[in-house]
Design a protein around this ligand. Structure first.
Ligand SMILES: [Zn+2]
Length: 325
């Protein structure tokens, strides 16, 4: 489960000036051969070994983003490692679910994580760091325009490699029971409980994956570029995918319905056999419980001797010698 929320704060002039210093590298698939300048990671409050681990994870993630998406920034990214929850809360402003372990603060070019030594995560440290780095990069790329939350989280999950079989199952179950979220609803993610937030993260990932699979990376970058220029979702979506935001949400909702229905779920071979095994297991447990209950009822209603011996005839009467030796 995830584990971070991005804070939206008013922009200051300082941060606006920082935005003007943004250095973007070329798209990896382009022909421009300008050198990519990478950031420096300033890691605070971590032991030397942890510091080295964090630096190597973030450096690799930065290279991956530059190589795949042409996204890189020449700057210093601060990584705070909180050794106390209070320290973490004071940085993120108390607007963070208690199940989070990391948070990106794009306008400060900073991320904060709870120390993995003191607060064991349910996920890999690398996932958290890649996730937070993706938030920082995406917000900077968008010039701090307001991003749809699902896009923000979905992009971070893609870069964080955070999609698992259980996520697929959770989203599928929500769709089959009509409890899936709209993309717009995911904007309220910070107010969700852990279960609903998990669903929101899964749907965010699928939303981002759908956008990239259906329209391509270049369309996504065009969307971000338009959003940076106009700070409005409708024209940005229109330029990138030919639909306004509501139209794209409808298309995504239809995609979910197509992806998750009983026929397609059961056509997944592994899922099919998992369902069969679970059903057989449930059937076995039900039958065993039923038989046990019946036997107990019989024993209560009829003493065993009454079943095997005619009325009035006792076991010791049939074998008079028994019990007297
Ligand atoms: Zn996130």
């Amino acid at each position: 489960m995830l584990r971070r929320i991005t804070i939206q704060r008013p922009l200051s002039i300082v941060f606006f000036l920082l935005a003007c210093c943004l250095v973007m590298s070329r798209p990896a698939r382009g022909t421009d051969a300008r050198p990519i300048i990478h950031p420096v990671f300033e890691i605070r409050d971590a032991q030397p070994q942890l510091k080295q681990t964090i630096d190597s994870i973030l450096t690799a993630a930065d290279r991956q983003l530059a190589a795949y998406g042409g996204i890189a920034f020449a700057d210093t990214i601060v990584v705070l490692v909180a050794t106390r929850h209070e320290q973490f809360d004071s940085v993120v402003g108390g607007r963070f679910p208690d199940w989070g372990v990391g948070c990106a603060i794009p306008e400060l070019n900073t991320m904060i994580i709870l120390s993995p030594f003191l607060y064991p995560y349910q996920i890999e440290l690398a996932e958290v760091l890649r996730h937070e780095l993706a938030h920082l990069y995406l917000h900077r790329l968008a010039g701090w325009s307001r991003l749809p939350r699902w896009m923000d989280e979905g992009f971070a999950m893609l870069i964080g490699h955070q999609w698992r079989f259980g996520d697929d199952w959770q989203v599928g179950r929500a769709v089959l029971t009509g409890e899936e979220l709209t993309l717009h609803e995911i904007d309220a993610l910070n107010r969700f409980g852990e279960g609903k937030a998990h669903l929101a993260y899964g749907q965010s990932y699928l939303g981002m994956k759908y956008l990239l699979d259906e329209y391509g990376w270049d369309s996504f970058l065009l969307f971000i570029s338009e959003l940076r220029r106009h700070n409005q979702l409708d024209p940005a979506f229109m330029a990138a995918v030919g639909l306004d935001y509501a139209g794209f949400q409808d298309e995504y909702a239809a995609y979910l319905k197509t992806k998750y229905n009983w026929a397609t779920l059961l056509s997944d071979t592994m899922l099919f056999w998992i369902v069969i095994v679970l059903l057989l297991l449930l059937l076995y447990l039900f039958k065993r419980r039923h038989v046990k209950k019946k036997v107990e009822e019989w024993e209560r209603a009829t003493p065993t001797d009454d079943i095997f011996y005619p009325a009035g005839e006792r076991k010791d009467q049939e074998y008079p010698g028994i019990g007297q030796q």
